[in-house]
Ligand binder design. Structure first.
Ligand code: ATP
Ligand code: LTN
Length: 334
């Protein structure tokens, strides 16, 4: 029988997830669980590359774990774990650092963006971020990595590092492929549809978080920027409307063509109201379920402990192979 393919992905617990993260990431992951061996990680070590308030980071980590579950990630089917609970991530990233070049890391778009946005805290972790991400992926010999389009460059670097290592030391890592969903790949800001929707935007009207209640969601869509004209149709000169069409179709489970047809005779005000309703109807039950799960932190702790155990077993297998290939002595029993 064919072995199932391995899928790995992760999100940073750096704030409350937006519908961009949901549509671009978690929603797609849920449907992969039956077909693949899935590992879904919370990239908490990555989060430290930007200043965090420790108590806030702890709270966000519980929130995001509860949200993974509320969005349908099933701990019976998939391995859910924290990056920091599996030491092999940090260990492999050290080894991969020895085949990564500062030139290629300093050229990464996210690194340049984050340096500009956090000029008071340009740290080595920010530059090394993609090497740790490569370790996350390569440790599990992942075949496929579902990501939003903004992470594509990091996945290409992961492939480069894996090939470089394999060339130098012999076949060790599987070369992973990116999986980028077509419509949800990039959800844009509701206030500036040229910019990606981001949970760290200072303008709270720019994003809808998975924690927003129905009134807030309706208000944010009412204020969403549309374009000149009045037709509900996708076009390069209509980035605002195009974004809303994408959001509506994903929440309503319809194609973009069906959505355009449905709103053929509608004005922007009515269209925005209907988008708000569809989003609220999708977000509301997830938010309630998340809050229910969150009320039992003991359950979350146990689940993460068992996830870490399962993840570590697989990760350590790869790490031992890597240590051997590079010439580190195996540690024998005392
Ligand atoms: P930040 O705003 O703190 O930079 P973020 O909102 O971009 O964070 P990440 O934790 O970096 O979120 O991303 C988690 C996942 O969600 C990634 O796979 C990323 O590609 C995806 N993602 C993030 N924003 C969007 C978006 N606007 N549209 C589609 N996918 C997105
Ligand atoms: N960098 C990613 C989060 C992330 C990730 C990963 C995604 C960390 N490690 C491994 C896929 C695979 C982000 O910010 N979206």
């Amino acid at each position: 029988m064919d072995q199932k393919k391995v899928i790995l992905s992760g999100i940073q617990p750096s704030g409350i997830m937006t519908i961009g993260n949901y549509l671009g990431a978690i929603k797609n992951w849920g449907v992969m669980q039956d077909e693949y061996d899935c590992l879904f990680m919370l990239a908490d070590l990555h989060t430290l590359t930007v200043k965090q308030e420790p108590a806030r980071l702890r709270a966000n980590t519980y929130e995001l774990t509860a949200l993974y579950l509320a969005c349908g990630l099933d701990p019976e089917k998939s391995v859910l774990f924290l990056q920091s609970h599996v030491p092999a991530h940090a260990e492999l990233s050290w080894i991969l650092n020895t085949v990564a070049y500062p030139g290629e890391l300093s050229r990464m778009t996210q690194f340049k963006d984050k340096c500009a946005r956090h000029a008071d805290n340009i740290n080595m972790g920010l530059m090394d971020y993609p090497v740790l991400m490569a370790a996350d992926i390569l440790l599990y010999q992942a075949d496929v990595v579902p990501i939003g389009i903004d992470q594509k460059q990091h996945l290409e670097l992961t492939r480069d590092l894996a090939m470089r290592f394999n060339n130098r030391y012999g076949d060790t890592f599987k070369i992973p492929e990116a999986y980028i969903g077509k419509v949800g790949a990039k959800i844009y800001s509701l206030q500036d549809p040229e910019k990606k929707m981001s949970k760290s935007d200072e303008n709270l009207n720019a994003f809808v978080s998975m924690d927003d209640d129905t009134d807030t969601i309706m208000r944010k869509f009412k204020r969403a920027v549309t374009d000149s004209g009045s037709e509900v149709r996708r076009a390069p000169d209509k980035p605002g409307v195009t974004n809303l069409i994408n959001i509506y179709s994903l929440f309503a489970g319809k194609s973009v063509e069906e959505t355009e047809k449905e709103f053929e005779n509608a004005g922007y005000a009515e269209f925005k109201r209907r988008v708000g309703e569809a989003v609220a109807a999708g977000v509301e039950p997830i938010r309630r379920e998340k809050d229910r799960i969150l009320s039992d932190k003991g359950y979350i702790d146990k689940l993460l402990a068992s996830g870490a155990e399962r993840a570590a077993a697989a990760a350590e297998r790869t790490l031992r192979k890597v240590y051997k290939k590079v010439g580190l002595l195996p540690r024998v029993k005392a």
